[in-house]
Design a protein around this ligand. Structure first.
Ligand SMILES: [Zn+2]
Length: 259
């Protein structure tokens, strides 16, 4: 994501805000951007784009462009001491508002967009998510981050549209909910992680999937050292669990291929 930030976003945001009213073209750039992120992160092109965008805290390109445009407008007006009205219409169209002189747009706007996207996927996204994402979850992208992202995008042998029956226990309907919450073959690991996450987050989730999603999306951001330590520990434990899960799935898959 650092590579994306340096090479893609910096260039995209440089001149593109001026063309924000060309909706279909911006959408094309947006799709291309998601395509490139998938390639950078070694995720297949079939990965659900909405889920990926939510997991990475990148709602859509318009969100960033309109933020940038308003910042430029404010800066221009401050430096040159004259009103810049050239882009007012475009901004009004995107934000769907009448009076733009009072617009204060920032962190909350990004958060609201993400929250809306999350609701469609049944996820409750907390305001601290974006901050935690920056500081705790993918600060430096390593292989275990790939596993975490893969899981957050519901990729791999847990997909019911590819494998009808669970690969691990072979007698239940497949799906993320079954593998994470119910499958007998992960019982020990699941109970350990569920207990630890409940303790870290001070929650009483009975289902592991809910506990993981809470830790990833809904946990509040805290600046205290003790909280940061707990937060990092939780993410580390989730990654370890997912690594074990995907390893087991991979081993079963290889067995099937050999038979
Ligand atoms: Zn199973």
């Amino acid at each position: 994501m650092l590579i994306f930030g340096y090479f893609h976003r910096s260039r995209l945001l440089y001149g593109l805000p001026a063309f924000i009213d060309q909706k279909s073209k911006i959408e094309r750039v947006d799709n291309l951007m998601v395509f490139n992120i998938k390639r950078l992160l070694k995720l297949t092109n079939r990965t659900n784009s909405e889920r990926l965008k939510i997991a990475l805290g990148l709602p859509d390109l318009f969100t960033f462009l309109v933020q940038r445009l308003i910042k430029l407008k404010v800066k221009y007006e401050y430096v040159f001491e004259e009103k810049l009205t050239l882009y007012d219409k475009s901004i009004k169209n995107i934000l769907d508002i009448e009076n733009i002189s009072s617009v204060r747009i920032g962190y909350n706007y990004l958060y609201n967009k993400l929250k809306l996207l999350g609701t469609k996927e049944g996820l409750n996204i907390n305001q601290g998510f974006i901050q935690r994402l920056k500081h705790r979850i993918y600060s430096w992208y390593v292989n275990s981050d790939f596993i975490l992202l893969k899981f957050m995008c519901h990729r791999g042998s847990i997909r019911e549209d590819i494998y009808e029956k669970c690969i691990l226990c072979k007698n239940a309907d497949n799906g993320i909910k079954h593998v994470i919450n119910e499958c007998e073959k992960l019982k020990i690991e699941r109970n350990i992680l569920l207990g630890e996450l409940n303790e870290i987050n001070n929650t009483k989730y009975e289902e592991l999937l809910k506990a993981i999603e809470y830790h990833y999306y809904s946990k509040r951001y805290s600046n205290t050292k003790a909280e940061a330590k707990k937060d990092n520990k939780g993410i580390k434990l989730i990654k370890e669990f997912l690594l074990t899960m995907y390893k087991k799935l991979g081993a079963e898959n290889n067995k099937r291929d050999d038979e």
